[in-house]
Design a protein around this ligand. Structure first.
Ligand code: GLU
Length: 465
């Protein structure tokens, strides 16, 4: 039975890297009919916040990455960690260490002076035949893991290949602080063990923790899971994503007008491939996903590709859903959507041309607001040459059959009468009706409005000169 987990620390929002980790863990469980577990690693009380927990849950929900168990909160599992620490002390795989901060500093200085890597020297580590110092009075000890001293700790990383670390490189990790609170790596180990995790899929910033975690798991008599360490995601510019640099919340993508299915499809291809397939559903992804086609090299974010995918999914989305997504966006802008023109007909005309819901909202908004086309655009397109044609067109508008082909014919006839090229009338109409110079076919745009609205917008413009 496959069991995977996503184990974010709630110290910020769910960003792109975390979302990809969650997606891969989720898809792996789905692929194998297993379980996907959500675990909130909130033991860093100084940096964890309830808002960040909520932001993670919101992000997961928006993406539709549903979990089968959890969310489990590490802060609620303290008794369990303490219990395991007691067991390890009893079995001898952990021990009390009374070394003070000053002693540790002195130890490190001496090691550095001798050109050695600074590390705990094991002075409180019990060994057969060794006499330990007498515990100093009134000092609360930390608990250290008794790391094996010989041999190697090795694993076949599902992304990076075989990794081997000499145990001599690892000193005895503190698993409980003097106040009894368990430390980060230890909680992860107990959780992965208790939760029966079979595949740990996580960012490769955790590679250095893995040998320590494997050693502790083995000391507990547990079989370590498989590990897959995902390489990092670089920004559009090839720089590492960080909070200050491009690492935005997945909810920002919602705000910016991306559809969750586009973001998911995009994330799936960040470091994973299935032949040349670029566009696929999550059902397909779950069918195809395996750890064997993840690239060990860093993936680079590409906003253009995300836009391309989003445009694709917008085109695929039926108008009723787009309308439901668009209405609140327009309302949030203070735009009241009236009956006419029907939002659905604006959507039908514009959805092929936009990359985001916000671009669609930009296009739709102009139909409902009191429009004031930019002065430069008016100056550029309302000229002595074009004004008479606009006035003529306005006269025709009062009588023409209210449908795009008839309106198109009227435009053609008007430019013909005035000896103008098509854009000489089409451009001013675009500007006066939408404030924009790029729109779908102008006859179709005119036909979207009620006749009276076109008359009103053109009259107002002509009156203003
Ligand atoms: N809590 C860790 C993080 O947010 C992940 C730990 C893990 O996946 O083992 O980076």
């Amino acid at each position: 039975m496959i069991r995977t987990r996503f184990a974010p620390s709630p110290t910020g929002f769910l960003h792109i890297g975390g979302a990809r980790t969650a997606l891969f863990s989720w898809a792996y469980a789905r692929r194998h009919g297993g379980s996907f577990i959500l675990r909130i690693e909130d033991t860093d009380v100084a940096r964890s916040t309830p808002e960040a927990v909520q932001a993670i849950l919101d992000g997961m929900n928006w993406l539709g990455l549903n979990w089968d168990e959890g969310p489990f909160y590490q802060m609620q599992r303290m008794d369990r960690y303490k219990e395991v620490i007691q067991q390890m002390l009893a079995s001898g795989s952990a021990y009390h260490c009374y070394t003070s901060a000053e002693e540790l500093e002195q130890m490190r200085e001496e090691q550095r002076a001798r050109g050695l890597k600074p590390r705990y020297d094991g002075r409180w580590r019990p060994e057969p035949g060794k006499t330990l110092p007498t515990p100093p009075a009134g000092v609360k000890p930390v608990v250290r893991f008794r790391n094996p001293q010989d041999g190697v700790v090795a694993w076949d990383d599902q992304v990076k290949g075989r990794i081997e670390i000499a145990n001599a490189e690892l000193d005895d990790l503190i698993i409980a602080r003097a106040d009894g609170t368990p430390t980060y790596n230890f909680c992860v180990v107990v959780d992965d063990w208790d939760m029966g995790i079979t595949q740990v899929i996580r960012g490769d910033d955790h590679v250095n923790n893995t040998p320590r975690q494997i050693n502790i798991l083995k000391a507990l008599g547990a079989t370590p899971p498989q590990y897959a360490h995902l390489s990092m995601i670089l920004g559009d510019d090839g720089q590492k994503l960080s909070k200050r640099h491009g690492a935005v919340s997945v909810m920002q993508y919602d705000e910016d007008g991306y559809l969750p299915e586009a973001v998911l499809n995009y994330l799936a291809r960040l470091g994973w491939s299935h032949g040349d397939d670029e566009i696929f559903s999550m059902a397909q992804f779950c069918e195809w996903f395996g750890l064997d086609h993840i690239t060990p090299s860093a993936a680079q974010f590409n906003t253009e590709k995300l836009n391309w995918l989003n445009a694709h999914y917008l085109r695929q989305t039926d108008n009723a859903r787009l309308e439901a997504l668009l209405r609140p966006r327009l309302e949030a802008r203070g735009v009241s959507v009236s009956e006419q023109p029907a939002l659905s007909s604006i959507i039908a005309l514009y959805k092929e041309r936009v990359a985001t819901l916000n671009e669609l909202a930009d296009a739709a908004e102009v139909f409902y607001i009191d429009l004031h086309p930019a002065a430069e655009l008016r100056a550029q397109h309302l000229t002595a040459e074009t004004l008479p044609a606009i006035a003529d067109f306005l006269a025709g508008v009062r009588e023409v059959a209210w449908e795009a082909p008839a309106i198109g014919a009227l435009i053609k006839a008007t430019v013909g009468t005035h000896g103008l090229k098509m854009p000489k009338l089409a451009m001013p109409l675009r500007v006066l009706l939408t404030g924009q110079t790029q729109t779908p076919s102008v006859d179709a745009v005119v036909a979207l409005f009620p006749r009276e609205a076109v008359i009103a917008r053109l009259e107002k413009a002509l009156a203003a000169g």
